[in-house]
Design a protein around this ligand. Structure first.
Ligand SMILES: Cc1cc2nc3c(=O)[nH]c(=O)nc-3n(C[C@H](O)[C@H](O)[C@H](O)COP(=O)(O)O)c2cc1C
Length: 169
C-alpha cells in the first residue's frame, strides 16, 4: 500500500533542498513563475536538469506551452520572494524586478545563481509533470557579506550555519 500524501510529504521534507523560483513566459509573452524545490540536476553531457511542476498550478499551462524556462536559486535573504512566488496569483510579477535572459525567461535580481533551459522533454509524474531542460545559459553570483542559500527542511525555511567558500570550484 502506498504512503498517504501527508506521510510522504513528512518523509521527503527531511531531504533538505535549496529553494528556487522557476520562471517562463506564457503565450502572450507575460512572465509566469512559481516557487519550487523539486529541482534536480540530471546529466552533465548534455547538461540537463529537471523541474517537477504541479498540474494544478495556475502557471502550469504556461510551462506546458513554453520552449524555455529559468531556474532562479534563492539567497537566504530572499525568503519573502519565495513566499511571494508560492502564492496563487496570475499577476505575481507586478512590482517584481526582473530581466529577460537569453531565452526570454525572467531572471530575478540578487539570486545566488540562475540557469536557463530549453525544454528537452516532458514526462508524466503523478500529479506533477517532470520538465527536463537543457541548460543553455547560467550565472553564479559571488557570495557577499556571508550570504548563503535559502534552504527548505521539514516544512520550514532554513539556512546553512557553516562557513561557505566564496565561489564554487
Ligand atoms: C518551499 C516550497 C516549495 C515548493 N515546491 C514546488 C515544486 O517543486 N513544484 C510545484 O509545482 N510547486 C511547488 N510549490 C508550490 C507552488 O509554489 C505553489 O503552488 C504556487 O502557488 C503555484 O503558483 P500558481 O498556482 O500561481 O501558478 C512549492 C511551494 C513552497 C512554499
Amino acid at each position: 500500500m502506498a504512503l498517504d500524501p501527508n506521510g510522504f510529504r513528512k518523509v521527503m521534507g527531511s531531504l533538505a533542498t535549496g529553494v528556487t523560483v522557476v520562471t517562463t513566459r506564457d503565450r502572450q509573452g507575460e512572465p509566469r513563475g512559481l516557487t519550487a524545490t523539486a529541482v534536480c540536476s540530471v546529466s552533465l553531457t548534455p547538461p540537463l536538469l529537471l523541474v517537477c511542476i504541479d498540474r494544478q498550478a495556475d502557471c502550469y499551462e504556461a510551462f506546458q506551452d513554453a520552449e524555455a524556462f529559468a531556474v532562479n536559486l534563492l539567497r537566504d535573504d530572499q525568503e519573502t520572494l519565495s513566499h511571494h512566488f508560492a502564492r496563487k496569483d496570475a499577476r505575481k510579477f507586478e512590482g517584481i524586478a526582473y530581466r529577460p535572459g537569453v531565452t526570454g525567461a525572467p531572471i530575478l535580481p540578487g539570486v545566488l545563481a540562475h540557469v536557463e533551459c530549453r525544454v528537452q522533454a516532458r514526462h508524466p509524474g503523478g500529479d506533477h509533470t517532470i520538465f527536463v531542460g537543457e541548460a543553455v545559459d547560467s550565472g553564479v553570483a559571488p557570495l557577499e557579506d556571508g550570504r548563503s542559500p535559502l534552504l527548505h527542511f521539514r516544512g520550514a525555511y532554513a539556512r546553512l550555519g557553516d562557513r561557505l567558500p566564496a565561489d564554487p570550484s
